[in-house]
Design a protein around this ligand. Structure first.
Ligand code: CAO
Length: 279
């Protein structure tokens, strides 16, 4: 809400963590009652509103070996060209851009429910811009700013937007505008750890996706034997991640989420297709 954003901005102006945050991050030898930090208050209100949303969950495994090679090639290029404000990109700009490309075919996932208390008054607001919110783990706690107009941005532009938000997040100085008008959320919890997450849809959106830890695991694959030329089934190491979706089941069905996930997965598993879709 506007009030939450103003509180966040006030926190940033203090430049130092508030005494409330210090309290939350301290170890207590004895029981003690403490008030919620600014960010916890904001989470409390946002998540309480989300309780009204019946959540639909869906998960799948994506194989990321090709996207790892794609990212390595981009980073080789960045290393040889010094006109970037960063010296490498993470997976996030690629995840976000491909998410937006997949979203083009599923505009309902970028919509929001207006007047949702009653089916007779409820409306769906379809939104032209892909303002993708990203869950960010900052020293003060979880914040969810968004990057606007992803549909019109390059992977490099998204990388600099993330860099800007990460730097501002460390100082609690993300601007109010960055918190407004998000249309769908992506959370990369895998940076910290874990495979599955059960993310919560916020009331101004209808879908959230969470990416788990990228890890190398054994999987079956048909491989051509170099000596005999025969195709045989072998166990090979694959880099996989688990993607977990939650959607507002009042307006989104499981088949829509599954089809969207298949489209996104296809782009990430075949970055050549992703490149072909880039503007
Ligand atoms: N699994 C394993 N490693 C991953 C990964 C994943 N899913 N995603 C990224 N990484 C690695 C990258 O490979 C990179 O390391 P190398 O450069 O050595 O290869 C490193 O993590 C980059 O991390 P980063 O934080 O600098 O950058 P990012 O752009 O990938 O992510 C952000 C940005 C803001 C999404 C992330 O910092 C963050 O805060 N994530 C936590 C989100 C969260 O808290 N979600 C929970 C919400 S519900 O409470």
């Amino acid at each position: 809400t506007k009030e939450d954003v103003l509180n966040y901005v006030a926190m940033g102006k203090k430049a130092q963590p508030s005494s409330e945050e210090e309290i939350v991050n301290t170890t207590y030898p004895k029981d003690k009652l403490v008030p919620l930090s600014m960010i916890q208050k904001s989470m409390f209100k946002t998540m309480t509103r989300s309780l009204k949303i019946p959540h639909l969950g869906y998960s799948d495994e994506y194989v990321l070996d090709n996207v790892i090679a794609f990212r390595n090639s981009i980073n080789d290029y960045i290393a040889k060209n010094n006109h970037f404000s960063f010296n490498k990109i993470s997976f996030m700009p690629i995840f976000i851009k491909s998410f937006s490309i997949a979203l083009k075919q599923f505009p309902i996932l970028n919509a929001c429910v207006i007047d949702g208390d009653d089916a007779n008054t409820a409306k769906l607001k379809f939104r032209g811009s892909h303002n993708i919110s990203i869950a960010m783990d900052t020293p003060g706690g979880l914040v969810v700013p968004n990057i606007k107009n992803i549909q019109a941005k390059s992977i490099f532009e998204i990388a600099s937007d993330i860099q800007r938000l990460q730097e501002a997040g460390k100082k609690n100085t993300i601007s109010p505008n960055d918190f407004q008008e998000g249309t769908i959320t992506l959370s990369n919890i895998g940076i910290i750890g874990g495979s599955f997450l059960s993310p919560v849809v916020v009331s101004s959106e209808v879908c959230i996706a969470a990416i788990g830890k990228i890890q190398k695991v054994p999987r079956f694959e048909n491989v051509k034997d170099e000596v005999t030329g025969q195709v045989v089934e072998k166990i090979v190491g694959k880099h996989i991640t688990t993607v977990s979706f939650c959607a507002d089941h009042r307006v989104i069905d499981g088949a829509t989420v599954a089809r969207f996930s298949e489209k996104w997965k296809n782009l990430l598993e075949n970055p050549v297709l992703l490149s072909a879709e880039l503007r």
